[in-house]
Write a protein that binds this ligand. Structure first.
Ligand SMILES: C[S@@+](CC[C@H](N)C(=O)[O-])C[C@H]1O[C@@H](n2cnc3c(N)ncnc32)[C@H](O)[C@@H]1O
Length: 246
C-alpha cells in the first residue's frame, strides 16, 4: 500500500500534490528557524521539505508507529535528524507545552480525526500568540452520502471523518482563532486526480502490478475511478485552511 501510494504521490508522501502542495499550505509564512509541529507526519516527505526548503525546525506527530520508523530513516538519510524530530503519538491532546509552537501544520490528516473541535482547541493551546494553524484536508460536500460515495468508501476500506469546508470557519472561531481563511481547492484536485487515474491506467499499470499483483492493482485503479466520480460530483472535495492564534 505504501509503495503504491508513493508511486502515485511521490517519495515520502501519503497525500497528493507533493512539495508544491506543501508550499501552497505555508505560502507567505517565513518558517526559517520557526518551530513547526506536523500533525500526521506519515512517511516524512513533508517534514524533510519543511526543514530543507523552508528552514523550519519540525516536530512530526504520527499515530502509526511503523510510519514513524520509516520516516525517521528518510530524515536521517536526508541529514536532517538535528532539525526534524519525529514522534509516535496517541490520538488526543498533543504532548507539547502550552504556547510552545510557532506553527501547527497538517496535510490531509485530520480526515482521520472525529473530534475536530477538540483538536483545534488543543492546537490553539500549543501555539504561541500570533502563531498560525495551516492545513489542507479532504472534505465532503453538503448533504448525505450518495451510493457513489459509499462505494468509494468501500473501495478505500477505511472510515473517514470528513466535514464540509464551511465547518472549519465556525469550528476555528469557536476554538478562539482569528484571521481565518478557507479555500476550496477541489477544482485543482479534480485535474490532479484525473491525471493520477490516467497514469494508473497507463504508464504506471505494470509497475503497480509488480508491487501489488494484478488483482490488487485492479482494485486500486477501480478505487481511483470511484474517487474521480465523487470528486466530479462535488461530494468529495479538498480545501486549505489557515487561522491565527490572537
Ligand atoms: C493521508 S496520510 C498523510 C501523511 C502526510 N501528512 C503526507 O501528506 O504525506 C494521514 C496520516 O495521518 C496519520 N494520523 C491519523 N490520525 C492521526 C492523529 N490523531 N494524530 C497523528 N497522526 C494521525 C495517519 O497515520 C497517516 O499517516
Amino acid at each position: 500500500m505504501l509503495d503504491m501510494l508513493e508511486l502515485v504521490w511521490g517519495a515520502g508522501f501519503l497525500s497528493p500534490g507533493g512539495p508544491a502542495a506543501v508550499d501552497e499550505i505555508v505560502d507567505g509564512l517565513d518558517l526559517a528557524g520557526k518551530l513547526v509541529v506536523d500533525i500526521g507526519s506519515g512517511l516524512g516527505g513533508v517534514d524533510v521539505h519543511l526543514a530543507r526548503q523552508h528552514g523550519a525546525r519540525v516536530i512530526g506527530m504520527e499515530i502509526a508507529a511503523p510510519l514513524v520508523a520509516l520516516a525517521q530513516a528518510r530524515v536521517a538519510a536526508a541529514g536532517l535528524s538535528d532539525r526534524v524530530d519525529l514522534r509516535h503519538c496517541a490520538p488526543g491532546p498533543l504532548a507539547l507545552d502550552d504556547a510552545s509552537l510557532d506553527v501547527v501544520f497538517s496535510k490531509d490528516s485530520l480526515i482521520h480525526v472525529a473530534d475536530k473541535d477538540a483538536v483545534f482547541r488543543d492546537y490553539r493551546r500549543v501555539l504561541a500568540p500570533g502563531g498560525w494553524l495551516v492545513m489542507s484536508d479532504w472534505m465532503r460536500g453538503p448533504g448525505p452520502y450518495s451510493k457513489d460515495m459509499e462505494y468509494w468508501f468501500e473501495m478505500e476500506g477505511l472510515s473517514y471523518h470528513m466535514q464540509p469546508l464551511d465547518f472549519y470557519a465556525g469550528a476555528l472561531e469557536a476554538a478562539g482563532f482569528a484571521e481565518i481563511e478557507v479555500v476550496d481547492t477541489s477544482a485543482e484536485y479534480r485535474v490532479l486526480c484525473d491525471a493520477e487515474y490516467a497514469q494508473m491506467k497507463g504508464p504506471l499499470r505494470d509497475r503497480m502490478a509488480a508491487i501489488l499483483g494484478a488483482e490488487t492493482r485492479d482494485h486500486f485503479v477501480e478505487n481511483w475511478r470511484a474517487m474521480t466520480v465523487v470528486l466530479h460530483k462535488g461530494e468529495l472535495r479538498t480545501g486549505r485552511v489557515r487561522a491565527r492564534k490572537p
